[in-house]
Design a protein around this ligand. Structure first.
Ligand SMILES: Cc1cc2nc3c(=O)[nH]c(=O)nc-3n(C[C@H](O)[C@H](O)[C@H](O)COP(=O)(O)OP(=O)(O)OC[C@H]3O[C@@H](n4cnc5c(N)ncnc54)[C@H](O)[C@@H]3O)c2cc1C
Length: 352
């Protein structure tokens, strides 16, 4: 999906409303009003084996905690909720352990449990909402660390063959907030059932993000975990209190030429260099310049007062209303800077 296709689709949102029955409001952290035709909850591997026939000729979406999804309208299909649980050690040496986590495990609980059990590396990714199974989908990342740094394999159920298959880390083609699992054909075919992570037994903290050092260099994994949690609680709204889906847009990569043009009008534009040809500009900065920080609409759709990248639902906003705001934000950035910003959140009912 390109940002152009997202922008082009802003004008016409498909109305998929067709005798929908299941209330999706509590199933996403945006808590927007939407419904689906059917909900299937996966608790056991045998539940997966029944899926190919249950989903035959039906539109479906796999959902974890719904923290990276916006239902723009009612969903005329089946929601498959992943609730597979379990954590096992696959291999262990003096230096590392390969740990298999079932896809329905809660990510933050797993990070805490593993760190407290002497398996280190994931501390920077603490408090990211959601399930283990969704983590590789967008290659979750925070404070200089990505899940791709630890993935040995991703186990999936193949709906086309009714077989369990393993993807190596290379097969997943991880990139910034991206993997093959975001491709349409993969979404229609594979359900992630487990992730195998290689974690260290020696604590070697990644402290490249300057904010992590503000409270002093962490001496123990517990210190680092506490610092990451405190930092996130201070900076990010708790979706249980103020419904949101975290960063709504990805940070755009631009050429150094585009960056230089922007610098002519905005001398202090923040950026970080990717390589000799490209740099990344924080989408939050672009949106703040475009005047969206703290934006509020009567329908409840809005933008967080401290963070222009976080769209929020301050009332009973419909997915369409959040989406309309997102479209206005994309258009404004395009108009002011000539830059396309692309949603990080999956927009269900727009581009698929
Ligand atoms: C307050 C807040 C802060 C956040 N901070 C960060 C952050 O720092 N870094 C970051 O990377 N993300 C962040 N996010 C985004 C989100 O938490 C992650 O993307 C998370 O991995 C989503 O998990 P989920 O279970 O809620 O997935 P869902 O939202 O349910 O699904 C997300 C996508 O994954 C697919 N999917 C889910 N489970 C499976 C499965 N088992 N098999 C196949 N596909 C599946 C869905 O179809 C969908 O496309 C934040 C979100 C919030 C609300």
């Amino acid at each position: 999906m390109t940002s152009d296709s997202t922008l082009a689709s802003c004008a016409s949102v498909a109305n998929q409303n067709a005798a929908a029955r299941v209330d999706l409001t509590p199933l996403t952290t945006f808590r927007t009003l939407a419904s689906a035709q059917q909900l299937l909850v996966l608790k056991h591997h045998r539940d997966l084996l029944a899926l190919p026939s249950q989903l035959a000729n039906k539109v479906f979406i796999v959902l974890g905690s719904g923290s990276n999804v916006l239902f723009v309208d009612d969903f005329a299909g089946v929601v498959v909720r992943n609730a597979l649980t379990g954590m096992t050690i696959v291999t262990e040496t003096a230096e590392y352990a390969d740990i298999r986590l079932a896809a329905g495990e809660i990510w933050h609980d797993s990070v805490k449990k593993l760190s407290q059990s002497g398996f280190y590396g994931l501390e920077n990714l603490a408090l990211i909402p959601g399930t283990v199974g969704a983590a590789p989908v967008q290659n979750i990342g925070a404070y200089g660390v990505e899940i791709a740094d630890f993935i040995q394999s991703v186990e999936v159920f193949d709906l086309a063959t009714a077989q369990f298959v393993e993807f190596s880390a290379a097969d997943c083609q991880f990139a910034y907030r991206h993997s093959v699992f975001k491709r349409h054909a993969y979404r229609q075919r594979y359900i992630i059932t487990a992730v195998v992570l290689r974690l260290h037994k020696q604590f070697a903290p990644v402290l490249s993000y300057h904010g992590l050092l503000a409270a002093g260099e962490p001496q123990t994994p517990a210190d680092l975990l506490a610092q990451v949690i405190a930092l996130r609680q201070q900076k990010l709204p708790d979706p249980a209190v103020l419904p949101n889906a975290g960063s709504f847009f990805k940070n755009p990569a631009v050429t150094h030429e585009v960056l230089a043009n922007i610098q002519q009008n905005y001398v202090d534009v923040p950026y970080f260099t990717i390589n000799a040809t490209q740099a990344k500009i924080p989408a939050a900065w672009l949106l703040e310049q475009a005047g969206f920080k703290g934006h509020a609409r009567a329908n409840g759709a809005g933008v967080h007062e401290n963070h222009a990248l976080i769209l929020v639902n301050r009332g009973n906003a419909h997915g369409r209303e959040i989406y309309a705001l997102a479209c206005d934000m994309m258009k404004a950035v395009k108009q002011q800077f000539g830059i396309d910003i692309v949603p990080e959140v999956r927009l269900v009912g727009v581009t698929e």
